[in-house]
Design a protein around this ligand. Structure first.
Ligand code: FAD
Length: 532
């Protein structure tokens, strides 16, 4: 079917040349030179690989996988789709590290974005550091780990990182890109100066807060609905060399959240953690599923288990902090760290400190992934649920979910919890934060894996984890917690309308009608139905 489509397309297409300043330049090009046809792969192995994702929960087979050489190829593919009586869906796929089929395209075409960075000469040209401007231009298909290594050659680095770096720039900017630096600098989408985007009408448009701002803000956190990011200009800062990497244990959630909020407050900038995250460790996990990591040794974990037993806590909490330093601050960093620790109320003695290079610290989950991969524990179902919870309700959430619904759970995986400042998010972006005026909200990640050998219906199997997720969402609804999902998944149009809220939904629908009127982009998000 794809070949029939392509044949009819070949005789008609015109594509838009790359703009330099936000104005569109149109040029007719011999489409045969774009070689669109030869870049669509329909063999079994390739389409199967693009039929699933990190979540291993849903599957959807595309008709083909498109491997673009240049951004203009993507434009040509979209024109091809639009030239059909019934356009086919087009899903850009970065690393496919979504959990619920967001980068899949049933019976459509998946764009293998990393293909843009392949080939003899491409990589060099698709990550360009401009030291004077303190920014890097990175292809939307580039992995953050590659952006890190390239920028470090110049002594610089982006300011905000996701916990895992082997995912693409376009993939995280389509969501938000949050991590322990976001309290200070906002999410990754708050650190972008400019984008090149191929819209759902096939136009190639450069945009920024000043030039084509509607498209710029639509695409940031836009879940792939308005255009395909082919380049992002990302802000840089001088990179530190090393990191004091700290975990502090708490048995009392009040003290834990109070300290986290202190650390992300303006006054705490004086205290100087450059990164603040946190975790919840369920008691049962410590008792039954203890696993030493690159951070906690077996003896550290034994001490934490003792703490859980002695205090009778259902949950133990850790603040994870990092303080950057370099040659100039190497002599003062310990003193500064001690000063910060003195302000905090963790359980006396329950402080764990590592010294790591900046890269070692940032790529910590990459190392964990290698271990899980080797143990056959990476390619398992991941029914992840991420929520943004208003600060005023985080203790209710703790009581209802961690100490209630998950009280007896023994999850494989992680539970993250850390606060962020809302004023670092730009309301004009599509990304969603909890409604209301509260300045602080928490990111809570139930990042659990279904146990491989338990079977879908067994203890810790996919069905049980899905039931617990549904119960947590029900609890939030019932109690009016005012959560919003991050990396969202909603099964109905009503769910999406509630997600964006009365303020944002009409705008999202209007932008969709403008930039992707046939609704061909990223159908796996399940927000809009194709317009026939
Ligand atoms: P994909 O899964 O390939 O795509 C995601 C969505 O974006 C799809 O809808 C796709 O169509 C669209 N898309 C992909 N590329 C483009 C593009 N160039 N232009 C427009 N749309 C595009 N997220 C955080 O914020 N913080 C974290 O700390 C974090 N840690 C993670 C750790 C792990 C181990 C994993 C698996 C995920 C983590 N995530 C985190 C989530 C991650 O940011 C998202 O799942 C992200 O989408 C993954 O990038 P990807 O390249 O795999 O995107």
């Amino acid at each position: 079917a794809t070949f029939l489509i392509v044949t009819s397309f070949l005789s008609t297409v015109t594509y838009l040349g790359a703009p330099v300043d936000g104005t569109l330049t149109t040029s007719s090009t011999n489409v045969f030179s774009l070689d669109v046809l030869s870049k669509i792969h329909t063999d079994y192995d390739t389409t199967m690989e693009a039929s699933s994702d990190f979540g291993h929960i849903v599957a959807a087979t595309p008709n083909g996988v498109f491997r673009p050489t240049f951004p203009a190829d993507i434009s040509a593919l979209i024109h091809l789709s639009l030239s059909q009586p019934t356009p086919f869906a087009v899903a850009p796929r970065g690393k496919g590290h979504s959990s619920r089929g967001q980068a899949l395209a049933s019976n459509g075409i998946v764009i293998d974005m990393p293909a843009l960075g392949h080939g003899d000469h491409h990589l060099d040209h698709r990550i360009n550091v401009l030291v004077d401007g303190m920014y890097v231009d990175a292809g939307g298909e580039q992995l953050w780990i590659d952006v890190l290594h390239e920028t470090l050659k110049f002594g610089f680095a982006p300011r905000v990182w996701t916990d895992y770096l082997h995912i693409t720039v376009g993939g995280t900017l389509s969501n938000a890109g949050i991590g322990g630096q976001a309290f200070r600098h906002g999410p990754q989408i708050s650190n972008v100066h400019e984008l090149d985007v191929v819209t759902g009408t096939g136009e190639m448009i450069s945009c920024s807060a000043e030039v084509n701002p509607d498209l710029f803000f639509a695409v940031l956190g836009g879940l792939g609905q308005f255009g395909i990011i082919t380049r992002a200009r990302i802000r840089l800062e001088p990179a530190p060399k090393r990191v004091k990497w700290v975990r502090l244990a708490y048995s009392d959630v009040h003290l834990f959240t109070k300290d986290q909020e202190l650390l992300i407050s303006n006054q705490a900038s004086r205290s100087g953690f450059d990164y603040v995250e946190g975790r919840v460790q369920l008691n049962r996990t410590l008792m039954e599923n203890r696993r030493s990591s690159s951070f906690f040794s077996a003896s550290d974990l034994a001490r934490l288990t003792d703490l859980a037993i002695k205090t009778g806590s259902i949950t133990i909490y850790y603040i994870e902090g990092a303080m950057y330093y370099d040659d100039n601050t190497v002599t003062s960093v310990d003193q500064k760290l001690v000063a910060v620790l003195e302000e905090l109320s963790f359980v006396p003695g329950m402080v764990f400190i590592r010294d790591a290079s900046y890269v070692e610290f940032l790529d910590r989950v990459g190392r964990e992934k290698q271990k899980l991969w080797s143990a056959g524990a990476w390619d398992v179902p991941h029914p992840w649920l991420n929520l943004f919870v208003p600060k005023s309700r985080i203790l209710d959430f703790d009581a209802g979910v961690f100490k209630g619904i998950l009280r007896h759970a023994n999850p494989v995986g992680l539970i993250l919890i850390y606060p962020m400042n809302k004023d670092k998010w730009d309301e004009r972006m599509t990304a969603v934060t909890p409604p209301g005026d509260e300045e602080v909200f928490y990111a809570v990640g139930l990042l659990r894996s279904a146990a491989g050998d338990a079977g879908a219906g067994g203890e810790n199997g996919l069905e049980q984890l899905e039931r617990e997720n549904a119960a947590a969402l029900d609890f939030c609804d019932r109690e009016g917690i005012g959560c919003r999902q991050y990396l969202p998944h909603h099964a109905s149009r009503e769910g999406w309308m509630r997600h964006f809220g009365a303020a944002k939904w009409p705008r999202v629908a209007e932008l969709k009608a403008r930039f992707d009127p046939r609704a061909i982009l990223s159908p796996g998000q399940g927000i809009f139905s194709p317009v026939t």
